[in-house]
Design a protein around this ligand. Structure first.
Ligand SMILES: Cc1ncc(COP(=O)(O)O)c(C=O)c1O
Length: 400
């Protein structure tokens, strides 16, 4: 059975005047998911005391169970967060590491996350070191080798992305975590892009801490992310923000037993940060249902088609591919190197004048343009970009 992608796209309230090639930054919210979150917000608005006190606990527990099952982890280990930034701040601020020693990061980490570790290192008397990821690996073994070679007796913690934000490169997270574990190094995996883009099983990765966004490829409302706590790490973190949940209601109850709030004491300890809008978390099951109904195999097949289409068309313009085209080493993000001389600010402005939404990523060594292809992306949108790129690159100083 072939999926009617044109009909499926109609379920996503995209602005028809915009060529949307940036799911990698933020996913749009499909109408049924939006309506689910709004209905919950309506109930919250109409009776906040009843909502938080009586309606929320079973809804939150159900969301935790459904989300954990989708991600391949246990509900007792799943902390809902607003986003990956919250989760990394929680770990970077709440985890005590034994100094002296170092934090090891790949050289392609998301800038704001690097800053979290920079502050953690300063506060805990640790140093930071980065290792270079191969630019165009042909085999995942090259990345395992690069990460493993960088680990030393001083390394206390390894942080890397499952899917690199700038290039879309997919790392062999499970194998890298296994090498770190063998050496007694804690692992924190930034899976911001992984849920829905990859057939993710969080527990199989066996990271000490695994975090991701649900607002990107899963298309849950903005405000939905999670942190999964790996086995053996249940009691390592302190909350970033102390609130109810800091002390258990009843210390005789097992910390993993379901409580009266839709949590366990352990999850509530890290998750509850005071009164807040929890509707994005509660709407995650509806986002899971939405794409499950379209079919995961069909969606991933469509993503692969769109990635191949982007590769063919942008390479034909003379742009150098920055994402390996090897199966298993890329998902639905495809990046290309831009020619020298391009002014990023000017290029962004020229693209947006033409209503094209696509990120221009300025790294120390090169500038990249990154195409996102989700099921609602069309070949026509990619061609809209292809048709204007030669002109906008010239206007932005390419080759000068
Ligand atoms: C790899 C990676 N990590 C972290 C983040 C931060 O995500 P958020 O702003 O939702 O916390 C992003 C955002 O694009 C990302 O790509």
């Amino acid at each position: 059975m072939t999926t009617d992608w044109t009909a499926a796209r109609k379920l996503v309230p995209l602005d028809p005047s915009v060529c949307m090639l940036n799911t990698g930054s933020y996913g749009p919210t499909p109408t049924p998911v939006f309506e689910c979150a709004n209905e919950l917000r309506r109930r919250l608005a109409a009776g906040p005391t009843d909502f938080f006190g009586r309606q929320l606990p079973p809804l939150l527990w159900d969301a935790r169970v459904r989300t954990a099952a989708f991600l391949g982890t246990a509900p007792e280990r799943l902390i809902f967060t607003t986003n990956v930034s919250c989760a990394i701040n929680l770990i970077a601020s709440g985890l005590r590491l034994n100094g002296p020693g170092e934090l090891l990061l790949s050289d392609h980490e998301y800038g704001a996350m690097e800053w979290c570790w920079e502050r953690a290192a300063q506060r805990q008397g640790l140093t930071i070191r980065t290792f270079a990821l191969p630019r165009q690996p042909r085999d995942p073994a090259e990345m395992i080798e690069a990460a493993t070679r960088a680990m030393t007796a001083r390394t206390r913690l390894l942080f890397f992305s499952h899917v690199i934000s700038s290039t879309g490169l997919v790392l062999p997270a499970q194998e890298i975590c296994a090498e770190a574990r063998r050496r007694g190094i804690l692992t924190v995996v930034d899976g911001a892009h992984a849920p829905a883009m990859l057939p993710l099983n969080v527990d199989a990765v066996r990271a000490d801490f695994y975090t991701a966004n649900l607002h990107k490829w899963l298309l849950a409302p903005i405000g939905a992310g999670f942190l999964a706590i790996g086995n053996g790490n249940e009691d390592r973190l302190q909350p970033l923000q102390v609130s109810w949940g800091y002390h258990p209601d009843d210390a005789t109850v097992h910390p993993d037993a379901r409580d009266g709030y839709g949590s366990t004491w352990r999850t509530r300890f890290l998750e509850f940060d005071g009164t807040r809008d929890v509707c994005p978390w509660l709407a995650v099951p509806s986002a899971i249902d939405f794409q499950t109904q379209l079919g995961w195999a069909a969606i991933r097949g469509r993503m692969a088609e769109l990635a191949a289409f982007s590769r063919a068309k942008l390479q034909a313009l003379g742009l150098k591919l920055a994402t390996p085209d090897v199966p298993g080493m890329h998902g639905s993000l495809t990046a290309f190197e831009l020619p020298s001389g391009v002014n990023g600010v000017k290029l962004r402005s020229e693209l947006w004048k033409r209503r094209i939404e696509i990120p221009i990523i300025e790294r120390r060594d090169r500038m990249l343009i990154r195409v996102s292809g989700h099921f609602y992306t069309t070949e026509a949108e990619i061609m809209q970009l292809v048709d204007v790129l030669p002109e906008v690159l010239k206007l932005s100083g390419a080759g000068s």
